[in-house]
Design a protein around this ligand. Sequence first.
Ligand SMILES: [Fe+2]
Length: 291
Amino acid sequence: MSAHAVLAAQTVDDCIIDQKWDRYSKEDHAIWRTLFERQQKTLKGHVAQEYLDGLAALGIGPEGVPDFDKMNARLRRITGWEVVAVPGLIPSRPFFQMLANRQFPAGTFIRSREQLDYLEEPDIFHDVFGHVPLLTNHAYANYMNEYGRIGLEAMEKKAVKFLARLNWYTIEFGLIRKPEGVRIYGAGIVSSYGEAKYVAEDPSAHHLGFDLKRALSTGYYIDDFQASYFVIDRFEDLFDLLKGEDIFALFDEVRAEPTLTPFEILAEDKVIRKGSGQYWREFPKTKIKLK
Ligand SMILES: [Fe+2]
């Protein structure tokens, strides 16, 4: 599908393509192995057990780019979700519709060796290694499903920006508190060598107990590590949050107030770790717009 056709696509069916697993080259599979093995080492002792359980349950391993058909046979049995292949970033409406249908859209291309550390558009390693394992967890899977349903309504009410922040601070860059310490579950960290190391080793960032209104009010920078991470206690809390609040009333409240930067700590914050801020003193963000 051409880029133009993707932009014009508005329905789920317009966006779904065939993964064409047989077309991956030896080098594609070798890149997957390099990324997989490197991340296994980086995440060891720092990632949520539910994530590792998901990898094992779906048979996602180092041997090569996963075949969606094989992975889906397992995933459907566990939570009723499936992964569908899409040609890159897709418009909001079919994206939310897919989540509401328990379909997770994943890109099919894999980065090149020159782009091992960072690429702008999510590839199959980010989408599948990062996002898919937790779709085996019932609470997380239900949250993603509800997120899609609310997303469709948010489009009508011009509130997608707030859902994007919620996505950022949970699905992409969320942390979870466990008896053994704070652990990673966000796909943006799980699939990134640099950010996983930063979370594991650098004391710069704040760890704040997750609060829905606080997360919705906090802007983010898309091109660097986070200055604040929000920490949940249980995956069940995510779903309960969306169910328990009048989320659209909350969006209106947040809309009327100034956007917070990720650097600040408020008196009412549940501070789990006050970051040193060292990283941010070295790389100040003054000119880039907050999302
Ligand atoms: Fe993502």
